[in-house]
Structures are given as structure tokens and as C-alpha cells.
Design a protein around this ligand. Structure first.
Ligand code: SF4
Ligand code: SF4
Length: 269
């Protein structure tokens, strides 16, 4: 069998989380690496069931998951955005390999739970830490069976989910490739954006600062609710509250129309 024939068969065994925990930028690249001789025990979300399926396919001995790559979670996870804390920066949308987040710049974002693979790639880029990984639908990550018995409804749902994630990942990759090609093609004629005028301040940094201040205050309040006697936390609260007031005032001032902006002593240079 040629590599071109083998790679899709290997890829068909992988859970299509597209998380990169195997050290490759998606399941298909790991399938290519396996066809080229890489070990079969690097897929963390797939865990033992996927390794066993790969071993059967390739007629190799099975192995335990290599712990250097991580630990398989017990339950399928999905991302959850705390929408009241979202600042609409779009960083999570850009990070999602399967386009499972909807939203627009400066508008609240939401995860489409049915499309989320639980890859975790949107969590780190969020500047205000408003994305949690929570237990997802009660569908296993894998569907493999050592025998030819028909899949249970839950296993069939797991396979359908993986197939859909593969299609969405491929569509995402194709769109990104087009975007990069279009950008490269337009570069010789690119127009450099005019700098912002002094009368139109860039408010994005202030929005992030205000959201961060709110997020830190909320975290401290939550911790204090659980540890009412924590004197250190109690002592920090007034400063955190003041930070929120100051950050929101700075943002409101920057967002006010130029005619309404009041000059203060600090504005006069
Ligand atoms: S699910 Fe993640 S770890 Fe497994 S093959 Fe795909 S990208 Fe790699
Ligand atoms: S929403 Fe987050 S966790 Fe879910 S697939 Fe997209 S990047 Fe991964």
C-alpha cells in the first residue's frame, strides 16, 4: 500500500480534535508522520482506544499512551465563554481550528458547542481569561471496536463528530491558505494605513485594561466568597475596585466624542 493510500486510513482512526498535542499541527499531519514511521502512541485525546485501533490497522504491537504527551481526559470537554467578561477581541476566533466560535470585533463571542472539539487552543490567547473548558456532551472521543460489531448510538455520534471536525478543519485550512495567498498577492500594491489622528484615540488597549481589571476583581470576589477569613484578599479588594473604576473612567473618556472630551490638568502638556 502506498503512503497516499495509507495516510487517510490512519487519519480516519484519529479523533480530529486538531489540538496539536501530538506535536503536529492537526490530525492529518500526525497521520502523515505515522505513515513515515513515527510512534502510534502520541494522540492524547484519542488515548488507548485510538492507539489500539492504529496498532490493528498497521499490524503493530499496541503501546500505552506516551505520558510525555499528556493524560487523556476522562470526559469530552468543550470551551465555554463567560460572555459578560468577553471584550470581543476576536483572538479566540482566530485560534479556533474548526471555526467553532462566532462573534465579531468588539461584540461578545459564543462557542458553537456542537462544533467544538475541545482542543483548548482558544484558552491561552484570551487576554481576559474568560474561556473555561467544561464538560461537553456525553459522547465519547473515540468509536473504535476490536470486533466488527456495529457501533452504539454514542459511538456513531463520536465518529460523526470526528468526520464533521475533519471537514471543518479542512475548510478552515483552505480558507486560511486563500487569505495568505491573497495577502501576498496584494502586498506590492498595499496601502499603508494612515496613522490615527490625535482626535481619534485607539480604545482597544483601554478596553482590554478595563476588562482585565474587572476580571481580576471578579476572581478576588469569588475567592473571598469561598474563604471569607482571608485577610490578604480582603485587603486587596479596595485597590482592585479602584482599578476597575479608574480603567472604566479612562475608557469612557476615550470613547466620548471629541467635542465632549473635557481637558484636565493631566491632558495639558
Ligand atoms: S487529536 Fe490532537 S493529539 Fe490526536 S492526532 Fe489530532 S492533533 Fe494530534
Ligand atoms: S472553541 Fe476553543 S476548544 Fe472549541 S474547537 Fe474552537 S479553539 Fe478548540
Amino acid at each position: 500500500m502506498t503512503d497516499a493510500q495509507l495516510i487517510p486510513l490512519i487519519d480516519a482512526q484519529l479523533p480530529q480534535t486538531q489540538c496539536g498535542q501530538c506535536g503536529h499541527p492537526g490530525c492529518a499531519p500526525y497521520a502523515e508522520a505515522i505513515a513515515a514511521g513515527e510512534a502510534i502512541n502520541h494522540c492524547v485525546p484519542g488515548g488507548q482506544a485510538t492507539i489500539d485501533a492504529l496498532a490493528r490497522l498497521l499490524d503493530k504491537p499496541s503501546l500505552p499512551l506516551d505520558p510525555a504527551y499528556g493524560v487523556t481526559p476522562e470526559h469530552r470537554l468543550v470551551a465555554f465563554i463567560r460572555e459578560d467578561e468577553c471584550i470581543g477581541c476576536t483572538k479566540c476566533i482566530q485560534a479556533c481550528p474548526v471555526d467553532a466560535i462566532v462573534g465579531a470585533a468588539k461584540r461578545m463571542h459564543t462557542v458553537i458547542v456542537d462544533e467544538c472539539t475541545g482542543c483548548d487552543l482558544c484558552v491561552a490567547p484570551c487576554p481576559v481569561d474568560c474561556i473555561d473548558m467544561v464538560a461537553g456532551p456525553d459522547i465519547p472521543m473515540t468509536w473504535h471496536r476490536p470486533d466488527a460489531a456495529p457501533l452504539s448510538a454514542n459511538e456513531a455520534a463520536a465518529k460523526a463528530r470526528a468526520d464533521k471536525a475533519r471537514a471543518r478543519f479542512e475548510a478552515h485550512q483552505a480558507r486560511e491558505a486563500k487569505r495568505v495567498a491573497a495577502k501576498a498577492a496584494s502586498r506590492p500594491n498595499a496601502v499603508i494605513a494612515a496613522p490615527k489622528s490625535a482626535g481619534a484615540p485607539d480604545t482597544s488597549a483601554l478596553m482590554i485594561a478595563a476588562a482585565l481589571a474587572r476580571s481580576q476583581l471578579k476572581k478576588a470576589q469569588k475567592q473571598l466568597a469561598a474563604q471569607a477569613d482571608n485577610a490578604t484578599l480582603k485587603a486587596r479588594l479596595p485597590a482592585l475596585e479602584k482599578a476597575v473604576i479608574d480603567a472604566e473612567a479612562a475608557l469612557a473618556k476615550a470613547q466620548a466624542p471629541a467635542s465632549k472630551r473635557v481637558r484636565t490638568t493631566g491632558d495639558i502638556s
